[in-house]
Design a protein around this ligand. Sequence first.
Ligand SMILES: NC(=O)c1ccc[n+]([C@@H]2O[C@H](COP(=O)([O-])OP(=O)(O)OC[C@H]3O[C@@H](n4cnc5c(N)ncnc54)[C@H](OP(=O)(O)O)[C@@H]3O)[C@@H](O)[C@H]2O)c1
Length: 241
Amino acid sequence: MNIIVFGGSGGIGAALLEQLSRRFPDATVFSTWYMSPPSDHLMKSVRWSQVNVTSEQSVQAFAGQFDKVHWLINAVGMLHRASLEEQVKLPEKSLRQIDADFFLQNIQTNTLPTLLLAKHFEFALKHDERAHFATVSAKVGSIEDNRLGGWHSYRCSKAALNMAIKNISIEWRRRLSNVCVTALHPGTTDTALSAPFQRNVPDGKLFTAQYTAACLVDVLSSLSAADSGKFLAYDGQELPW
Ligand SMILES: NC(=O)c1ccc[n+]([C@@H]2O[C@H](COP(=O)([O-])OP(=O)(O)OC[C@H]3O[C@@H](n4cnc5c(N)ncnc54)[C@H](OP(=O)(O)O)[C@@H]3O)[C@@H](O)[C@H]2O)c1
């Protein structure tokens, strides 16, 4: 069994790797990082590659080494630019804060990679065994659930991601009928991505990455290809697109 987690250097991605390695001790687990080298404790159990998932060339070169993949999870994403090297940019509170470069960076990081991964891993996902193609999305990408507004770039990029997931599930329904394609909402999780926004999270609603990963693996384990095309929260609840 081959498992790949894209973005294993991130908070949720690293916890998914720990969880998957524990649950599937016989599986070969692969992962990718881009700017942040992976944690030491995951060096032995995981096969790492440096991949820029926003670059088709980089995705294609990485995909070329796989004949068969059973679980592919994309845990790459961005909400803000708060690193020291770059100009700090937080998600927009109002339209006045729209910045074209930041908007495009959100689309490039949150939306495009899932389409590139679907294109280049189609070959390796097409087989007779059960397979997963899942991306960590966000409930704020739900158009129907949007009551607060704001965070324009992130919300738009995750709504577009959700459309991509739905589209992939439709295209693969006949051709890759073994694959369950899903968008996952992890819940608010204590990682670098959510760090600037944790103050107003209600008690008990800020999850550890370990808890989130365990929930997401439970959800995926309970699904079959008949569930393909769903947007699911960490607790298994189906969310409106
Ligand atoms: N944390 C939350 O509360 C929360 C809530 C809802 C949804 N989500 C979603 O969950 C996913 C994971 O988020 P997280 O909280 O784990 O964030 P995180 O800790 O900031 O991790 C982000 C990951 O994305 C990778 N990445 C970014 N740009 C990349 C690129 N161009 N190529 C390859 N990898 C790239 C990073 O890799 P490098 O650092 O190595 O570049 C890192 O592994 C995201 O899609 C996020 O939107 C998170």
